[in-house]
Structure formats: C-alpha cells, structure tokens
Design a protein around this ligand. Structure first.
Ligand code: C2E
Ligand code: CA
Ligand code: CA
Length: 656
C-alpha cells in the first residue's frame, strides 16, 4: 500500500514536470511577443505625441515657404516662444526643426543656432518626409548628429513631417526627443499586469494539463492492470487461474532449488458441489465457490498460492513446507471449508478431497509433480473427503488412462453421454415390464465407447458420482415421458458401489419428485459385490430407499459369494442372475443346476428372479420352465436408443 502511494506520487511529479515544459515554452514565447507589442505601442505613443507637438507648437508658426534659407526672424521668434515652455517643463528633451535637406534651422534649446545641411543625406529626415514620421528609442547623446544634451537619458526620438498651411506640402521636419521615462513607467506597469494575467492563466493551464494527463494515464493504467488481472485470474473467485497457477508452481520450484526447501503441490476437489448447484441453483453454487475460495485463502499463509483450476477444483502451492506438516495443514483446510455456511437460507458445508505431491521427493519435473498430485486426488476421491499423498502404488494409471479421465470429466458436463435401453420382459407373456438404462459415451473421435471401457475409470476417480447422477436424471426424465402412455413401465439403472453414500437416498427421492415418477417404478441395480465392500452402510441405504418404495435389484448375482443367510436380511426385491451362468447354461449342466437353485432360493425368499443374457429360445424355454419371472437378453432386443425403445413394446417376438 505504502509503496503504491509513493509510486503514485512519483508518477504525478513526473507528469507535472513533463507538462511544465510546453507551458514554460508557451510562457516565454507569449512574454516575448507581449514585450515587443508593448514596446511598439510605446513608440507609437511617442510618435503620436511628437505629431501633436508639431501640430500645435510648430506648424502654426511657419509661413509655409520653403526653409532652404532658414527661418524668417518672425518665424524664429514665434517658434522660440511656442517651444520654450515644452523644453522648460520637460515635455520634450529637445526639439529641432530641419529643412528638407537636413540642415538644422531651429533648436529650441538654442534658438539662435543654425547648422548647415550634413554632408550625407539624413536617413531619418528623408524617411519622415516620405512616410510622415519615423520613430525609435534612443538615449540622449548617443548619436553625434542628433546634437543636444548628451546625458544618456532614455528618450524617444521622433522625426515628423511639418506641412504648410494647405497641408499638401512638406516644408520641414521636426526632430523631437520625448523623455522615455514616463512612457517606460506605463509600459512596465502594463507589462506587469499582462505578466500577472499570463502567469495565472498559464499556471491554471498547467494544473489542468497535468491533472488531465495524470488522470488519463491513471485510467489507462488501471484498465491495463484490469485486463492483465482478468487474463490471470478466475473472474468468479478472484483467485489465480490455471495460467497464473502454472507460473506460481514453476517459480516455487525454482525458489526451492535455490533454498533447498520442499514444496507441496495440492489439488482440492469439492465432494458435493454439483449437488449444491442442482439443489440451490447456480447463483448459490457460485457463492459457495467464493466462500470456499475465501476460506482456503484465509487459512493459508501469505506466501502460499490458492488457484481455481476450474469447476470445483482448486490448486494450492505450499512453498517451504515439510512433508510431515502437509497432512495437518490440509486437515486444517478441510476444517475451514467444512464450517457451516448459509446459502439460500440453508446451512451448507463443503467437503473436499485433497491429493498432494511433494517436491522434490515425489517428482523430478513440474509436469510430473502436477500429474502426480492429480493422481493422488483421484485416489483421495474414491474414499470421500480424504487426504492422499502421491505414492508409487497409485501409478497403476497409465498416461492414456489419465487422458481419458480428463476427457470423461468433460464428457459428463458436455452431455457426450447417451443412454441406451434394453427391455426386461415378462417370462410368460413377453410383455416389456421395464427397461434397463445402459450408458454409452459418444466420443467425438472414438465413436460409441461401451461402459466397460470407462465405468471402471469413473469408479476409480470419483467421476462415478456425477456420472450416475446424470444417468439417473436422464433415465427418470425418459421414464416420465413413457409413463404417460405406459404407466406400469419401470426403469432400471445401475448403481456402483462408490455411489452408496449417505446422500444417495435423499438425492434419488429428490429426483423422483422432480420428475414426478413413482418410487415403485424405479429399480436400482446394485451388484452383489457392492455389498461386500461396506455391508452395514449398504444395507442401511437400501433400507431407506426400499422404505420409500424404490425397488432394489441384486445385479450379477452368483458372481460374489453373498452368504445365503445375509441374503434373507437384505431389503432387496429382485435377484438378477449373472449372465455368465445364463449364457453357460446351454452347454454346462452345472451352470444349469446353479441357475435352477438360484431361482428356487430367490422364490423362497420372496424375491422376483430375473435372468439376463438370454440369447436364444432354448435358454428362454428352460428358464421359463424353471419359473424365472423376468428375462432380458439379445433374444428380445439389444440395448437401443430411446427413440427405438418404445417400439419394442409391441414387437417382442412370441415363441412359435
Ligand atoms: P450389466 O448391468 O450386467 O448390464 C447388462 C449388460 O449385458 C449390458 O452390457 C448388456 O448389453 C449386456 N447384455 C444384455 N443382453 C445380453 C445378452 O443376451 N448376451 C450378452 N452377452 N450380453 C448381454 P453393457 O451395456 O455393455 O454394460 C456393461 C456393464 O456396464 C453393465 O453390466 C453395468 O455393469 C455397466 N453399466 C452400464 N451402464 C451403467 C451405468 O449407467 N452405471 C453403472 N454404474 N454401470 C453401468
Ligand atoms: Ca445391470
Ligand atoms: Ca448384470
């Protein structure tokens, strides 16, 4: 703050000096013109005075005859009388009358004198004859031809043509010396007045100019600072953006190289941001991000960098930090952003997963450091709100896969995913009772990517959250449309083990309500193995959903080893026999036996049994004989786009 004030001051001084130059130049030019003008006016005044004297004190006393022979005694007497007072009271310093050839015929201070014409023609006399008058500044006695006193008194020397009575003919030239002193006093006083006006005016101009230049300069500087700021900062939170972040990372690493200190590079990803955005609206979502940004910044030291990398992802650079300290710092950050905040009248808390990598221990280039911090984040995301440091074990991700992660992240938000629908049909009537929504990735260059190629990536990076939300939302929107004409139709969606989080039931019920779909029309297919991961939590979540009327189906049953005892306690309504058994049934009596016992077991527990992977009529017939309730498979239809799905309702082939 202090230094910017000082800089502003110096800049202002600079502008002041720069604008002073033209103002002073203008002042000098104006002053010089002014002095010239005033001097010329003084001379004009002198000439006018000389003419008045000639008109009043000389002309009336001349007979009008040429003065080649000098004055007549009468003329001389008259002149002496009329001029004596002028000389006496100092109105003129000297007054002489000259004949046209320059000869002095009368001198007021010495009326008797008569000087002959000078050898050379007198320029001033000639000029006065031609022009009427000529005038200049002089000092008395500076010019020997002028004669008279030689005391150096400043004077105006005027030569004025003297006419005869008819005013047609020049008969003589009066040479009049008028004291310059009174004229000079007037000149100086008017000069002083003009100078004051000039100085005041120019100063005002200067102040105006300096402020104008300064304020225009300041505005330009501000707007360029603003442009620069915007290029390097995230407009929403004001935090550094990716570009500036990359700069900060490299300068932190460079500084670490000099000081030998460590740097921690942290990537933070909010865990439920999309939810906040969806339920509270974008404006609150934005506010939420600003709050998180502020809290992160406030919880760190001034030398640390917090940047917004996009969406709900933040990057943090911690220079000069020891690896042992990082966990503690990050937990402090999690606490800081975990404080309740009020948004749209609701108390909201942020939870974040954080991954980090240490420089120089975990990477030997900035690029690697960034990538490894990212890897650590992906690993942290799979266990929600955790903190993970990069370690070699995470490196099961190959770079291609990493690229795919980034692309998938984009695909989810860009709407590059599509759903295909495969019918589940009644085993006896072959009526379509439900559709299973199966996701595909419509990749711009690779075409339609099957779920087996990207669901595992989504599951290992936390992208499965937003992905499943998209699938459920889209499937329910579709079902809402179909239910208008087919009110009994159900929709099945696949839920990953990673989706089994506390907020799942609330979110599902929210979406059902939003799409006005009955809970009993939604089937959640959850693989048997998902339960194995955290059976208590999974059971609780499923109980909550079942209580609300949502149907839960145990997918891929037979692959895992759910104890038969626990199966009875699970609040599921449907068993889906793994398609491996169904496909293998045809050739393997053992598999047929397994299928038979699963159907029986399911029925004993009061569950509906679904067989998937039904590819031909033989298998279909066996399953029907075993009492299987519902079937799904290529025999009836492959998964198809929504537009083709409804047509299947009438066209599922009946057995011959
Ligand atoms: P799944 O849940 O067991 O889905 C059934 C898969 O079996 C589908 O493969 C389907 O095309 C295929 N299938 C259907 N009938 C037959 C048949 O008669 N013979 C054979 N050989 N296969 C048949 P798809 O669409 O490639 O999906 C593969 C897996 O990807 C799904 O297995 C599911 O685990 C997962 N998946 C698909 N969509 C989603 C989703 O939205 N969310 C999650 N979490 N997983 C999904
Ligand atoms: Ca399924
Ligand atoms: Ca399945």
């Amino acid at each position: 703050m202090h230094s910017t004030g000082w800089r502003g001051y110096r800049r202002f001084a600079g502008y002041t000096l720069a604008t002073l130059v033209p103002v002073v130049w203008l002042g000098v030019v104006l002053e010089r013109t002014l002095v010239d003008e005033v001097d010329r006016a003084a001379l004009r005044d002198g000439a006018a005075e000389a003419m008045t004297i000639s008109d009043a004190a000389i002309e009336p006393f001349l007979s009008g005859d040429p003065l080649d022979d000098g004055l007549t005694p009468a003329e001389r007497d008259d002149l002496a009388r009329s001029t004596i007072a002028l000389v006496g009271n100092g109105t003129v310093l000297q007054l002489r009358l000259r004949a046209l050839d320059g000869a002095v015929v009368f001198d007021a201070s010495d009326p008797g004198v008569r000087l002959p014409a000078p050898a050379e023609p007198d320029d001033e006399v000639d000029e006065a004859i031609a022009e009427g008058s000529t005038v200049k500044r002089t000092t008395m006695g500076s010019d020997s031809v002028d004669g008279g006193t030689s005391d150096g008194t400043p004077a105006i020397e005027a030569y004025v043509a003297v006419h005869d009575a008819s005013m047609e003919r020049v008969v003589a030239v009066a040479e009049v010396y008028i004291p310059y002193e009174p004229i000079a006093a007037m000149r100086n006083s008017s000069l002083n007045r003009l100078r004051t006006v000039l100085i005041v005016g120019l100063s005002a101009l200067w102040v105006l100019l300096a402020t104008m230049v300064w304020s225009v300069g300041r505005r330009l500087r501000r707007s360029s600072l603003r442009t620069e700021f915007l290029a390097l900062h995230d407009p929403l939170t004001g935090l550094p953006n990716r570009r500036l972040y990359a700069d900060r990372v490299s300068s932190a690493l460079a500084a670490a190289g000099r000081t030998g200190q460590d740097v921690a590079l942290v990537v933070v990803d909010l865990d439920r941001f999309k939810e906040v955005n969806d339920t509270l609206g974008h404006r609150n979502g934005d506010e939420f991000l600003r709050i998180v940004a502020r809290r992160l910044t406030d919880a760190l030291r001034p030398g640390d960098t917090v940047a917004r990398l996009g969406g709900d992802e933040f990057g943090i650079v911690l220079p000069g930090v020891r690896a042992e300290m990082v966990d503690q710092i990050l937990r402090r950050l999690q606490d800081a952003i975990g404080q309740e905040a009020e948004l749209g009248g609701l108390a909201v808390t942020a939870e974040a997963s954080m991954g980090y990598a240490m420089w120089p221990a975990d990477a030997d280039s900035a690029d690697w450091l960034v990538q490894r911090a990212d890897l650590a984040l992906y690993s942290a995301k799979s266990a929600r709100a955790s903190i993970v440091r990069y370690h070699a074990g995470i490196d099961e991700f190959d770079p291609q896969r990493l690229g795919l992660v980034a692309e998938l992240r984009r695909a989810i938000s860009a709407g590059d995913l599509v759903l295909h629908f495969q019918p589940k049909v009644d085993a006896c009537t072959r009526e379509v009772v439900a559709f299973e929504a199966l996701v595909r990735w419509s990749h711009p260059t690779r075409g339609l990517i099957p779920p087996s190629d990207f669901i595992p990536i989504a599951e290992s990076t936390g992208l499965i959250g937003p992905l499943t939300q998209w699938v459920v939302d889209t499937a329910l929107a579709q079902l809402a449309v179909w239910n208008r004409t087919h009110p009994d139709l159900s929709m099945a969606v696949n839920i990953s083990a990673r989706n089994l989080r506390d907020d799942l039931p609330g979110w599902i019920l929210n979406r059902l309500a939003a799409h006005r779909v009955k809970a009993s029309r939604l089937v959640l297919e959850i693989t048997e193995t998902s339960f194995a991961h955290d059976p208590i939590r999974a059971t609780m979540l499923i109980e909550e959903l079942s209580a609300a009327g949502v149907v839960v189906s145990l997918d891929d049953f037979g692959q895992g080893y759910t104890s038969l005892g626990s199966l009875g306690h699970l609040p599921v309504r449907e068993l889906k026999i793994d398609r491996g058994f169904v496909v293998a049934m045809q050739s393997s009596p053992e598999d047929r036996a397994i299928v038979a016992s699963v159907v029986e077991l399911g029925h004993n527990l009061g569950l509906k049994v679904v067989a998937e992977g039904v590819e031909n009529e033989e298998v279909c017939a066996v399953l029907r004989d075993l009492g299987c309730d519902t079937m799904q498979g290529f025999l009836f239809s492959r998964p198809v786009p929504a537009d083709d799905a409804l047509g299947l309702m009438a066209t599922i082939p009946q057995p011959a």
